[in-house]
Design a binder for this molecule. Structure first.
Ligand code: ADP
Ligand code: MG
Length: 496
């Protein structure tokens, strides 16, 4: 009955499913011409010598290769186009089993969903291309990173010791490892005074790490002032966001990230009429368009503090384990995060686009944070970011000492053509690049710039970008000889 009523649907019994799949495969192959019509009008089709089921999950269709219809092209039977067609006809993936003879394998049931790891360390070398990329967590399909330029403000909730600070550390070290103070500035608020100790004194800080309500208020005031300053800068050149501003402006502005831990507690302590809270609401609604990103974390997600004015502007929401469904709703808009097992630290539900997805946050060792921040404190403030230094090194090694914008953009797809062009204009004004080629987008790297880039990379800990940063000797000579080749020796004598 059922079979007649729904002839198109595969049945649930695996044996019947395989039989049905075999029927469809045979028909499809015939329709594709893998058959033979005898003189007396008899149709010879591809047949099967055996049908089988493996673990209820796979159906095996063993083609009877001893009795193939004459003139059937066996290679065509396993051609990807044919398999593609069979998959469409059967409605389940059809593959070729890697055996002698020819056996089609029909995936009856998709393999069980990949489990999320319970613990996974952050690997900074897996940072994908793109600007201001931060690691969100490991998903079933692999690592999930997002650009802060896309995520905009971030709201993070979760009970004590659920993984909030660890997530913030993963975000901060991923950015600090790549961006110098000229392209990234931080404002850190940490009422517990313990979480951000490691970041004290790094050159990226707009102000000291705020631990008291008064300091936190001062931080929001500084951010509002910066926002207003940017507002007039942006209006002057009709830029709508940081990317478009930096694409047009002569002096690019850094992305500012304000991380406020335990935001609910500060707001409640300061009061909901306090300057802190009113500033926070203003920043949440407006700062994003001026390249100022709020990252708010709380173990106490109260709807009265995180009201719709604030929540509505937080486009990225992350909930670690929370105590109640209500807390989950305040953060994500839906319940669910209360069901995350307490034993799996760092497990989260993240609402990045539409529906919340389950991810496992990356674990960052305190030692990694210390190593990176120590490096930032120790090194004399470098006028170059790591990425900029890598551009220089790439130009030295692979482009004959020429800063060729198009080639560099191809080698560093994470850096837009415009950004590299802007960097080159800035460096040219500074005397670090000199015209020297017929191509307009190709400048000569001066020994001074090569030197600065070397020092920057020598101080650097973890590698990013397409090339290793070793082989750092003899650049000055390299540039020189190159310049000599091109007849641009003048001006060099004084420089090195
Ligand atoms: N992503 C994670 N993977 C594994 N363990 C984690 C993870 N995040 C946190 N932990 C463990 O939980 C502890 C508390 O995490 P923490 O980030 O300080 O929580 P919170 O800031 O939410 O109180 C950490 O010291 C660490 O041992
Ligand atoms: Mg914490």
């Amino acid at each position: 009955m059922v079979k007649n009523k729904y002839p198109d649907k595969l049945l649930n019994d695996p044996k019947q499913e395989v039989a049905e799949a075999a029927r469809r495969v045979q028909q499809a192959l015939t329709r594709l011409g893998h058959c033979y019509l005898t003189k007396d009008g008899r149709l010879v089709e591809v047949g099967f010598s055996r049908l089988g089921v493996v673990g209820e999950q796979y159906g095996l269709l063993e083609v009877d290769t001893t009795r193939l219809p004459p003139r059937v092209n066996v290679a065509r039977l396993v051609h990807p186009d044919t398999l593609h067609h069979l998959t469409a006809v059967v409605g389940k993936p059809v593959k070729r089993l890697n055996t002698t003879g020819l056996t089609y394998c029909v995936v009856l049931k998709p393999s069980p969903r990949k489990r999320l790891p319970k613990r996974i360390e952050l690997d900074l070398t897996t940072r994908p291309a793109g600007e201001y990329m931060v690691p969100i967590g490991e998903g079933r399909e692999g690592p999930v990173w997002r650009s802060l330029l896309d995520t905009s403000h971030v709201l993070i909730g979760g009970e004590s010791r659920s993984g909030k600070s660890t997530w913030l550390n993963a975000m901060l070290v991923s950015l600090l490892n790549v961006y110098g103070p000229d392209s990234l500035r931080l404002a850190l608020v940490d009422p517990k005074s313990v979480e951000f100790v490691a970041y004290r004194g790094i050159p990226h800080l707009l102000t000291g790490v705020a631990t008291e309500v008064d300091d936190a208020t001062a931080v929001t005031e500084a951010l509002i002032a910066e926002m207003e300053r940017r507002q007039s800068l942006f209006t002057a050149i009709m830029a709508r966001n940081l990317v478009s501003y930096n694409a047009k402006a002569d002096e690019p502005l850094p992305l500012v990230i304000a991380v406020i831990d335990e935001v609910t507690d500060i707001a409640l302590q300061a009061g909901l009429r306090s300057p802190f809270y009113t500033n926070l609401i203003r920043l949440a609604s407006k700062a994003g368009s001026f390249g100022i990103v709020l990252v708010l974390a709380t173990q106490n997600p109260k709807a009265e503090v995180l009201n719709t004015l604030i929540r509505g502007n937080m486009s990225t929401r992350i909930a670690f384990r929370v105590a109640t469904p209500e807390h989950s709703r305040v953060i994500l808009g839906v319940g669910g995060a209360q069901n995350i097992p307490q034993t799996i630290r760092g497990r989260m539900m993240a609402r990045l686009d539409a529906r919340p997805v389950e991810l496992q946050g990356y674990l960052v060792d305190d030692d990694v944070v210390k190593a990176i921040t120590n490096r930032l404190r120790a090194q004399p403030p470098s006028p170059l970011s790591t990425e900029e230094a890598q551009l220089v090194l790439y130009a030295m090694h692979y482009l004959d000492g020429l800063f060729k914008i198009r080639e560099l953009h191809e080698a560093f797809p994470g850096l837009s053509y415009r950004r590299i062009k802007r960097i080159s204009q800035r460096w040219e004004r500074r005397g670090w690049l000199r015209p020297g080629s017929t191509r307009r987008d190709s400048k000569v790297v001066t020994p001074e710039l090569a030197q600065v880039a070397n020092v920057t990379l020598a101080n650097q800990l973890c590698g990013v970008g397409p090339r290793p940063k070793s082989r750092s000797h003899g650049h000055t000579g390299h540039t020189r000889s190159h310049d000599v080749e091109n007849g641009h020796t003048d001006g060099h004598t004084g420089e090195s």
